[in-house]
Design a protein around this ligand. Structure first.
Ligand code: PRP
Ligand code: MN
Ligand code: MG
Length: 179
């Protein structure tokens, strides 16, 4: 285990099993819908890569980069689009792939943008959910794991851009970000 990690919450194997399970459910639910699967960069890139291999229906992918945390452990409350989609969502069945929902601000902003651009439907899958952090009333349609109230990193999630490459999800030692 990495020296800055206090506790592993879900191991690489546990995540692998969960991603497979979500993929099977999404395969069933998106049959015949030709979804546009949107990866919310940067955090969701590992989940996206693993998940789409388990969704066995024809689909299109696109990538959007939004951020609100920067190098802080609390959301700034302002969501910024750093890279927009390449394709139009008009009339499309959109599946948003997120790594984590915390305050819900990123997702509520994103859903609003995609609905204003006339997506036919907007569905959300998140690997992790931290319901204790919510400041807007919003839930994913599909959730992998529910996490306790702690600052977590790994499997795509960062602190100041580091730790995304850890293959598991774990709690970051508070002394790492309080100094
Ligand atoms: C993180 C995470 C989610 C969002 C969740 O992204 O990847 O996208 O915050 O938090 P919220 O529900 O409070 O909005 P971040 O802004 O850190 O950008 P990143 O994905 O590039 O790390
Ligand atoms: Mn993110
Ligand atoms: Mg981040």
């Amino acid at each position: 285990m990495h020296n800055d990690i206090q506790e592993i919450l879900h191991s690489e194997q546990e995540i692998r099993d969960k991603v497979k399970e979500l993929g099977e459910i999404l395969t069933r639910d998106f049959e015949g819908r030709n979804p546009l699967v949107i990866c919310v960069l940067k955090g969701a890139f590992i989940f996206m890569a693993d998940l789409v291999k388990e969704i066995r229906v024809p689909l299109e992918m696109d990538f959007m980069a939004v951020s609100s945390y920067g190098a802080a452990t609390k959301s700034s409350g302002v969501v910024k689009i750093n890279k927009d989609l390449d394709v139009s969502v008009e009339g499309r069945e959109v599946l948003i792939v997120e790594d984590i929902i915390d305050s819900g601000l990123t997702l509520s902003y994103l859903i609003d943008v995609l609905e204003r651009r006339n997506a036919k439907s907007v569905t959300v899958v998140t690997l992790f959910d931290k319901p204790s952090g919510r400041s807007v009333d919003l839930d994913a349609d599909y959730t992998g794991f529910t996490l306790p109230h702690a600052f977590v990193v790994g499997y795509g999630l960062d602190y100041a851009e580091y730790y995304r490459n850890l293959p598991y999800i774990g709690i970051l030692k508070p002394e790492v970000y309080s100094k």
